[in-house]
Design a protein around this ligand. Structure first.
Ligand code: AMP
Length: 428
C-alpha cells in the first residue's frame, strides 16, 4: 500500500525506517520530512497544518494509510477533516479524532477524564483568569513544591514546578493574567507535586483492543543531571529497569484498561497511539500526562525494538483488527542520544555541515530531526538535529554504541548530554 507519514522529526524518520522494511509498503511519502527521510522515502514539501495540501496529496498518490506523527494536526482535527471527504471514505488513519486528541489538547479535560474513570493521578484544581484570586488563595493552602500546567498545547514548555508560594503566585499571575503561554494558559491546572521516577508507557489501540509497546525513559532538560531549561528531549532509553512484573501489571490494570474502557464509555472512537507519562511513586503508578501520539525521542528507542511488521500493526490499528496481529518485541536495549545545535533551546545557528554520519554500524541507527539536504550534504536545520540510537544486550552496551557513533559525528557548536541513561544504570 501507499503510505503517508505526517511530520518532520526523528520520530517520523524512525517510523519511515521501520515501515520501509515491510513488503506491504509500496510508496512511502513524508510531509514534509527531513534529510534522513529523503534517503528512504519521498519527501513532499507540505506543512503539517496544511490539511488541504495533505488531502490533495493523498488523493493524487492513491495513499491508503496515513500515520500522523505530531499532536498539533490531531488536536486541530485532521482526522475528521480527511474523513469528511467522500473520496477518502476508505482511508485508514492512525491518530485519534479531535475528541480523543483532547486528552493531550487540554490538561483539564484529561484530569476530568481520569477522575471520572478512577485513573490514579495527582490531585488538582483548574483556574481561569476570572478565578485568579481564588487560585492565589488556593496556593496558600497547598504543599510546596507545586506544579502549574498550562491547559493547552505549549510545545512541552507549559509545565512549571514552583518551589515556594512566592514563585507560585508570580507564575500563576504570569500564566493567567499575562498570557505567558498565549491561549494555552487561559486555563491553568494546579497539581500536586509527585516525587518519584518517571517513565513513559506507549499503547497502541484500535478502540477495542490494545497492545503495550516497549516503555521508555526520556531526558528533557538541556543540562547534565537534569539541569537547565526543558527541551523537546535530549535522549531516551528502553527498556526501563523497574517497568516489569508487578509494576507493569499495576499500570495495565489501573491505567491502561480503565483508559481504553473510559474512551469507549465516553463514546470516543480512538485509533492510534496513547502515550502515558507516569510517575512511579514508591512502586505505585500515577498518570502525569496523556499524549495522543508517540514521543520524540522515545520513538527512536521504541520502534527499533519492535520486531513485528509495522505496516501490519498500523493497518490493524486503523482497520480495528488489532487483536488479530502479534506484537513481537526484541529483548535488546536501545538508547538514543540527541545531538543539538549549540545554543538550543534558545537561539541557535542553522546550515552547519554535518560530517561523520558514514560511521553508522549494525549496532547503531541515525535518525534525523532538524536536517535538510544542501547539494550532496546534510546540514543542520533545527535545534534538535540528530538522534543517534545504539543497540546492545544491556544498557551499558547500548549507550557505548550510541556514544561511540556520536563522538564521530560533528558540526560547528554541536552539543549533547553525556549522562543519558546513567540514572538507570545505578538502579540496575
Ligand atoms: P508534562 O508536560 O505534564 O509531562 O510535564 C512535564 C514534566 O513536568 C514531566 O515530565 C515531569 O517531569 C514534570 N511533572 C509534571 N507533572 C508533575 C507532577 N504532578 N509532579 C512532579 N512532576 C511533574
Amino acid at each position: 500500500m501507499n503510505i503517508l507519514v505526517i511530520g518532520s522529526g526523528g520520530r517520523e524518520h524512525a517510523f519511515a525506517w521501520k515501515l520501509k522494511q515491510s513488503s506491504k509498503c509500496k510508496n512511502l511519502y513524508i510531509t514534509p520530512g527531513n534529510a534522513g527521510t529523503e534517503k528512504i522515502a519521498q519527501n513532499v514539501d507540505i506543512g503539517v497544518g496544511d490539511f488541504l495540501g495533505i488531502k490533495n496529496l493523498i488523493i493524487e498518490k492513491d495513499i491508503s494509510l496515513v500515520i500522523v506523527g505530531p499532536e498539533v494536526p490531531l488536536v486541530d482535527g485532521i482526522r475528521s477533516y480527511l474523513q469528511s471527504d467522500k473520496r477518502l471514505q476508505l482511508l485508514k488513519i492512525v491518530g485519534p479524532g479531535k475528541e480523543g486528541a483532547m486528552l493531550e489538547g487540554s490538561k483539564d479535560y484529561a484530569k476530568q477524564f481520569m477522575m471520572k474513570h478512577g485513573i490514579p493521578t495527582a490531585a488538582s484544581k483548574t483556574f481561569t483568569k476570572e478565578t485568579l484570586a481564588e487560585a492565589k488563595e488556593y496556593l496558600k493552602t497547598v504543599k510546596m513544591p507545586i506544579v502549574l500546567k498550562a491547559d493547552g498545547l505549549a510545545a512541552g514548555k507549559g509545565v512549571i514546578i514552583c518551589k515556594n508560594l512566592k514563585e507560585a503566585t508570580l507564575t500563576i499571575n504570569k500564566m493567567l493574567a499575562k498570557g505567558m503561554f498565549g491561549a494555552a494558559s487561559e486555563q491553568v491546572v494546579i497539581e500536586e507535586f509527585l516525587a518519584g521516577i518517571e517513565l513513559s508507557v506507549f499503547v497502541l489501540t484500535d478502540g477495542k483492543s490494545y497492545k503495550i509497546l516497549p516503555e521508555a525513559k526520556d531526558y528533557k532538560p538541556i543540562g547534565e543531571n537534569n539541569t537547565g531549561p526543558n527541551t523537546g528531549g535530549m535522549g531516551s532509553v528502553s527498556p526501563v529497569i523497574f517497568a516489569k512484573g508487578d509494576f507493569l501489571k499495576k499500570v495495565e490494570d489501573r491505567i491502561i484498561i480503565p483508559t481504553i474502557n473510559g474512551l469507549n464509555s465516553d463514546n470516543i472512537n480512538y485509533q492510534g497511539f496513547i502515550f502515558i507519562g507516569l510517575m512511579n511513586v514508591n512502586g505505585e503508578p500515577f498518570v502525569i500526562e496523556y499524549n495522543v501520539r508517540m514521543g520524540d525521542p522515545e520513538t527512536q528507542v521504541v520502534v527499533p525494538r519492535i520486531k513485528s511488521d509495522l505496516v501490519e500493526l498500523m493497518d490493524a490499528v486503523a482497520s480495528r483488527t488489532l487483536s488479530n496481529v502479534e506484537l513481537e518485541i526484541d529483548d535488546k536495549t536501545a538508547a538514543t542520544v540527541v545531538m543539538v545545535a549549540g545554543g538550543y533551546p534558545d537561539a541557535y545557528d542553522k546550515g552547519d555541515i554535518i560530517s561523520g554520519m558514514e560511521n553508522e554500524s549494525n549496532d547503531t541507527l541515525i535518525f534525523h530531526a532538524g536536517t535538510k539536504t544542501l547539494g550532496e550534504q546534510s546540514v543542520t536545520n533545527g535545534g534538535r538535529v540528530l538522534a543517534v540510537t545504539g543497540l546492545g544486550d544491556d544498557i551499558q552496551k547500548a549507550l557505548d554504541n550510541s556514544y561511540d557513533l556520536v563522538s564521530k559525528i560533528h558540526w560547528d557548536n554541536v552539543y549533547f548530554r553525556k549522562d543519558i541513561g546513567h540514572d538507570l544504570m545505578t538502579l540496575e
